[in-house]
Design a protein around this ligand. Structure first.
Ligand code: GLU
Length: 446
């Protein structure tokens, strides 16, 4: 297998699918050497098969807004790979959603889910519906219209969606309400990220952020460092950023920045629990702005148009969106003293930013390892649903911690270079790939 050849073929076949091609390129570059040591992979065309989704559902979603006007959106579910379990992955509602974006996310999800140690295949879905400025009633009607098409593609042992950008507990509730009416099936295990009174796992809302900080702690410990007392810059203010800020503070770090599309909130003395709670209020407002935090709290300075990466910090945690951190941002972070970046958003760093970090002594770990605690806890939610039980916060937290420790160990096992340093990008990609590839091989040519 030659990455350049496979990429040339995909570029010709899917011109313009920028995010998908970027995600595939990153994985293929990492695995090329290991892959070529396995002629049985080449014979079964594992790479050619693993880069293509199993199937893609595309459907029209028609709904009526508060003014009585008809709105039309496009919905998707991409069932990417089922080698190690039923399809599993979130739904993204965002105006920029395209097949390319969901293909990149489904592809990443396949390897991320493999890293979790749980039996889950990869999937992703969503819509170009823009939740910004929508009322709760509009969000409900959209979710119901979306489920009118989606219900037939999913099932608790088949394909289990969850949240992602623009889809949280509120949306999962509306989606499940419609699903059970259509499917006449009352197994809550068909969706994860549910409310805790109807099958949702305790700690699922916090899990992506908590898991990211557990991973970061292990990475720092391996490098002989600790998070205590360190300045942490976080981008975003949604569910993932909220969980990350909560755990960072619990571990003794000082969160000096959270951000939104409108700018960054600089918090020199560190974020307080009240400010962390307020992040949830901002998310629920559907306005997609972070500026009101500076109006509400003293000690918060809002800088319009600036990213979190302009605030001096030790550790950067991108928690917002793909490609949110450019090479220029990486340079600014390094110049301001940053020495570690753990990517929490999916593909949050542009490839040039990752290369800059890696070549300039900044510890870096990729999203598919760092943020896997979210889907891992979804996997734990599925287990609880299937056995009709509910675990305590302590049980879920200790399982999550164990999984993140394991993911870190897999990265070290597969990513340690001859000079002793750990390449976390290679480690995560090779570990995830080997598991899925071996399963595909054992299941024959399908
Ligand atoms: N959207 C999350 C992710 O990127 C969670 C998916 C899930 O829980 O299924 O991993």
């Amino acid at each position: 297998m030659k990455t350049t050849e496979i990429m040339a073929g995909l570029q010709a076949k899917y011109p313009g699918e920028k995010e998908y091609l970027q995600a595939v390129q990153e994985v293929l570059e990492s695995i090329e050497d290991v892959y070529n040591e396995h002629p049985e992979f080449e014979a079964a065309k594992i790479v050619e098969r693993i880069v293509e989704p199993d199937r893609i559902f595309t459907f029209r979603v028609t709904w009526i807004d508060d003014k009585g006007e008809v709105q039309v959106n496009t919905g998707y579910r991409i069932q990417f790979n089922s080698a190690i379990g039923p399809y599993k992955g979130g739904l993204r509602f965002h105006k920029a959603v395209t097949p390319s974006m969901l293909k990149f996310l489904g592809f990443e999800q396949t390897f991320k889910n493999a890293l979790t140690t749980l039996p889950m295949g990869g999937a992703k879905g969503g819509s170009d519906f823009d939740p910004v400025g929508k009322s709760d009633a509009e969000i409900m009607r959209f979710c119901q219209a979306f489920m009118l098409e989606l219900w037939n593609c999913i099932g608790p042992d088949q394909d289990i969606p969850a949240g992602d950008v623009g889809v949280g507990g509120r949306e999962i509730g509306f989606l499940y309400g419609m699903y059970k009416k259509l499917a006449r099936e009352y197994n809550t295990g068909v969706l994860t990220g549910k409310g805790s009174t109807w099958g949702g796992s305790i700690l699922r809302p916090e899990a992506t952020g908590f898991g990211a900080l557990y991973f970061t702690s292990h990475l720092l410990a391996k490098a002989g460092k600790s998070i205590e007392g360190k300045k942490v810059a976080i981008s975003g203010f949604g569910n993932v950023a909220w969980g990350a800020a909560t755990k960072a503070v619990q571990l003794g770090a000082k969160v000096v920045a959270v951000s939104g599309p409108d700018g960054v909130c600089h918090i020199p003395a560190g974020i307080t629990p009240e400010m962390i709670d307020y992040m949830l209020v901002l998310r629920a407002s559907n306005k997609n702005v972070v500026a009101p935090m500076a109006e509400k709290f003293e000690g918060v300075q809002f800088i319009p148009g600036k990213k979190a990466w302009s605030v001096p910090c030790d550790i950067a945690l991108p928690c917002a969106f793909q490609n949110e951190l450019s090479e220029a941002d990486a340079r600014e972070l390094k110049a301001n003293g940053c020495w570690c970046c753990c990517e929490v958003s999916n593909m949050g760093c542009q490839p040039e930013a990752i290369h800059f970090f890696q070549n300039n002594g900044v510890l870096f770990a990729p999203g598919k390892a760092v943020n896997a605690g979210g889907v891992a806890t979804s996997g734990l939610e599925m287990t609880q649903n299937a056995s009709h039980i509910s675990w305590s916060a302590e049980e879920v937290d200790s399982k999550l911690h164990f999984i993140m420790k394991n993911i870190h160990e897999q990265c070290v096992q597969f990513g340690t270079q001859p000079d002793g340093h750990v390449d976390y990008v290679k480690g995560a990609n090779i570990a995830g790939f080997m598991k899925v590839a071996r399963a595909m091989l054992e299941q024959g040519i399908v």
